[in-house]
Design a protein around this ligand. Structure first.
Ligand SMILES: [Zn+2]
Ligand SMILES: [Zn+2]
Length: 145
């Protein structure tokens, strides 16, 4: 399980290390995302933050998440959906996405994390990450079809 205090401390350290200014806004956006276990979209995150910060704009959240993502502090989940979904980078894990209700579920796959990659990938360059996204229909949505 994620530990919120560790995550916030880690975030502060990571900002310092990458020379990123730790603004209250960045901290609040990171905190809200760290507390969200459902991989929210930018729009959803905005809705939640508006409760505490009524003047925070959607554009600010877009820009902040873009910056944090470039610095590897948050993770943008690759999906076929038009709305990008985000999470705070925790332990390595992969994602299951329901094409109907759009729910994203985390799963672990140590076998894949540790498997050696095909040789042609080594020739291509430096690999910095690997993620599996599995698509389908969750049980609940399957029952409705
Ligand atoms: Zn579903
Ligand atoms: Zn996840």
């Amino acid at each position: 399980m994620k530990n919120r205090n560790d995550e916030l401390a880690g975030f502060q350290d990571a900002c310092r290390q990458s020379g990123l200014r730790l603004t209250p806004q960045r901290l609040e956006i990171f905190r809200e995302l760290a507390e969200s276990m459902d991989h929210p979209s930018v729009e959803e995150l905005h809705r939640r933050l508006l409760v505490k910060f009524p003047t925070l704009s959607l554009d600010t959240i877009y820009r902040t998440l873009g910056t944090l993502s470039r610095h590897g502090l948050v993770h943008r989940i690759e999906s076929v959906e038009s709305h990008a979904r985000y999470e705070v980078r925790g332990a390595p894990h992969h994602h299951l996405i329901c094409r109907s209700c759009k729910e994203i579920v985390d799963f672990e796959w140590a076998f894949f994390d540790e498997a050696s990659l095909p040789d042609e990938l080594k020739a291509w360059g430096r690999i910095e990450g690997r993620n599996v996204v599995v698509y389908g229909l969750c049980r609940e949505c399957e029952g409705k079809e």
